[in-house]
Design a protein around this ligand. Structure first.
Ligand code: DGY
Length: 340
């Protein structure tokens, strides 16, 4: 008999077909349905969960007594209570790698967009203001040759650094938990303490995952260390930046502007002061949102879940200690790696 999984995202037809080949699938189009009786009934029976967006907290996990694996269609898993999954021995899988280049593209488009005032000038033109050649009031600032500070040099940070150094001749500074000798050699990137990076950079790009340690990593004190002509880019998670402090810094012109794909509250409320600021380029969390990449993420998450529920080690497993504990408790359990 096929295992039951609860799918809480609309996925592309081939991905749905793949899931149906392996599982009985209870389909929902988001966690907004999570209070509905049919959702709760499926959750109570589900052995796997797959989807994107929305909070999966301890209460939600408690309502799924048969759950063995959660496969998120995202690299970030800050909305999922990992401790609650670990306590129950439930596997968590995510989708890094396939979204690295697309998310780096988004971070870089925010950087170029704020520097050259793309959204503002496009609107200016649409509003009929182009009556004579542009002047100083419409000028932006150069990107090439400037200094980019990357806060959180993981996979996406590395991809942004390559674009900056190789494509735009930028000097790259970074913070990371450990030095990145390969990027230093390849791109001339230099490690800095956060405060030094903030003070030296023309563009500060936040790419650190949201954890208890990185929540509000960039607050009023850090924003005050930035140059007044510098821009902040956030393509990671909203809460890595203290949004109230950012709004204050922008209103006081403590920094030149911001390019934001993520916010502390998503969807961003339409009345947010950020949306009224001409020097803010705001996007609706589209870092990885291209057709190709979202398809690759869905496929990756589907394979993760298929492997996890078949007793194979999924390719992208967040909590391998759960498998190791299970193997110690029951040495006969298969732990073959995924063949892919
Ligand atoms: C991710 O993969 O974490 C993206 O931000 C989508 O949520």
């Amino acid at each position: 008999m096929k295992k039951l999984i609860l799918l809480y995202k609309v996925v592309q037809p081939d991905v749905l077909a793949l899931l149906k080949e392996h599982f009985e699938v209870a389909e929902f189009d988001g966690l907004a349905a999570a209070t509905r009786p049919d959702f709760l009934a499926a959750l109570a029976r589900a052995q796997g969960l797959i989807g994107m967006y929305g909070r999966i907290d301890a209460g939600f996990i408690a309502a799924a007594p048969r759950l063995q694996a959660v496969s998120t269609v995202s690299v970030g898993y800050d909305a999922i209570d990992l401790a609650a999954l670990n306590a129950r021995g439930i596997l968590l899988c995510n989708t890094p790698d396939v979204l690295t280049e697309t998310t780096a593209d988004t971070a870089f488009l925010l950087l170029l967009g704020v520097a050259r005032r793309v959204a503002e000038l496009a609107q200016w033109l649409k509003d009929g203001h182009w009556q004579r050649p542009v002047g100083a009031a419409q000028y932006g600032v150069d990107v090439h040759g400037k200094t980019l500070g990357i806060v959180g040099m993981g996979r996406i940070g590395g991809a942004v650094a390559r674009r900056a150094a190789l494509g735009f001749g930028m000097r790259v500074l970074y913070t990371a938990r450990s030095p990145k000798p390969q990027l230093e050699q390849e791109l001339g990137a230099q490690w800095r303490e956060l405060d030094a990076l903030l003070g030296e950079s023309d563009f500060v790009c936040v790419l650190a995952p949201l954890t208890a340690q990185t929540r509000h990593l960039i607050g009023a004190e850090q924003l005050a260390r930035m140059k007044p002509e510098a821009f902040l880019i956030n393509a990671a998670r909203g809460a890595v930046v203290d949004e109230r402090a950012l709004i204050d810094a922008l209103q006081r012109r403590r920094i030149a502007g911001a390019g934001l794909d993520v916010f502390e509250q998503e969807p961003l409320p339409p009345q947010s002061p950020l949306l009224a600021m001409p020097n803010v380029l705001a996007l609706p969390h589209v870092g990885s949102a291209t057709r190709e990449t979202r398809h690759a993420m869905e496929l990756c998450a589907a394979h993760n879940l298929i492997d996890a529920l078949a007793g194979r080690r999924p390719r992208y497993l967040v909590n391998p200690q759960v498998l190791e504990a299970a193997a110690t408790a029951s040495p006969t359990r298969s732990e073959t790696p995924s063949p892919r």
